[in-house]
Design a protein around this ligand. Structure first.
Ligand code: DAH
Length: 339
């Protein structure tokens, strides 16, 4: 019996040593120690052993079992360690490699200028609203006192979708849309893209941006308009900025004006920037025409208001002293990275 056990043990050791992986090792375990394994078979044949020899044989079987088990365990541990080692080697990370640089984008100069204008007006209690870029002729022209065949339509040569629908030539139609909602008083600005059938040059583009402003309430006067735009100019261009209102004509305001600011470069003495005049034109404005109020369902006897329209690109070009509007649209990184 002892010999038989020695043989089993030797065979087990051989097979364990020849195992080429954890799976194989487990097969060896089953083959020797499992319910139908070789060592278990020896235990089952104990009946054939003389009763007085049974304790000794039993002990031998147990010892053999223990040593096979120990060898399997230690082999298993070695295999697992080798596997782990291999995995670590495969997954090694070279922490000294230079990292990939993340390109962080930033706002376009137009956006920076718009946010600045929005900040100023939000600070004065204005709401920011938006209107559609594809607009009814009615809102873009008719309701702003520019009927069909009015000469003002020439100045704003439009892109027509059909007779009734245009790409808006100005943000002023948003005034009408807000007034029509009938919620008074109104204090809003409406930034957005506008379109005109213009050739591209240093100061023109078929697509640019405006910021419309509208205030409607009881007892609003030209003095409110002046005070508001003077404050706007001071916040945008500096404390010492002065404003000048020049009479002008817009069909939807009466009276109308164009506003110049004192040149923030030379302070008004005249320089290359302001073409020697000391003043720079920044926007159009006026008191909302009573007929425009009426058409939008507001009683001009009860309510008055003012409106203004600013070219966003113009503000951005002035603020950053850029002399060609095309730079804003060309997406040349050498230009954009400067902001
Ligand atoms: N919409 C005018 C334009 O594109 C600008 C303008 C002038 C807007 C006077 C106004 C305003 O609201 O009151 O030329």
């Amino acid at each position: 019996m002892k010999e038989k056990l020695e043989q089993i043990k030797a065979k087990a050791i051989r097979e364990i040593e020849n195992s080429d992986g954890l799976g194989k090792l487990n097969e060896v375990r089953v083959a020797f120690l499992g319910k139908k394994g070789e060592l278990t078979a020896v235990l089952k044949s104990m009946k054939e052993v003389l009763p007085e020899e049974r304790p000794l044989v039993g002990q031998l079987v147990n010892e053999t079992r223990a040593s096979i088990e120990a060898l399997i365990e230690s082999t298993k541990a070695k295999m697992e360690a080798a596997e782990r080692e291999l995995k670590l080697k495969e997954e090694v990370i070279d922490v000294t490699l230079p990292a990939k640089k993340i390109q962080v984008g930033h706002s376009h100069p137009n956006t920076i200028a718009l946010e600045e204008v929005e900040r100023i007006f939000i600070g004065m209690g204005y709401e920011v609203v938006e209107g559609p870029e594809v607009e009814y002729d009615y809102y873009n022209f008719e309701a702003l006192n520019i009927p069909a065949n009015h000469p003002a339509r020439d100045e704003q040569d439009s892109f027509y979708i059909n007779d009734k629908i245009v790409l808006r030539t100005q943000t002023s139609p948003v005034q009408v849309r807000v007034m029509e909602q009938g919620k008074l008083p109104i204090r809003m600005i409406a930034p957005g893209r506008v379109f005109r059938s213009d050739e591209v040059d240093a100061t023109h583009s078929p697509s640019f941006h405006q910021i419309e402003g509208l205030v409607i309430d009881k007892n609003i006067t030209f003095a409110d308009l002046k005070g508001t735009l003077a404050e706007f100019a001071r916040q945008l261009f500096g404390e010492d900025t002065k404003v000048k209102f020049r009479p002008h004509h817009f069909p939807f305001t009466e009276p109308s004006a164009e506003v110049d600011v004192s040149c923030f470069k030379c302070g008004g003495t005249g320089c290359r920037f302001c073409k020697g005049s000391g003043w720079i034109e920044i926007l159009g404005c006026g008191m909302v025409h009573p007929h425009v109020l009426e058409m939008s369902g507001i009683n001009p006897e009860e309510y008055t208001g003012f409106a203004f329209g600013v070219g966003l690109e113009r503000i951005a070009l002035l603020k950053y002293e850029i002399d060609d509007m095309r730079l804003l649209y060309e997406n040349d990184l050498r230009f954009l990275r400067q902001f």
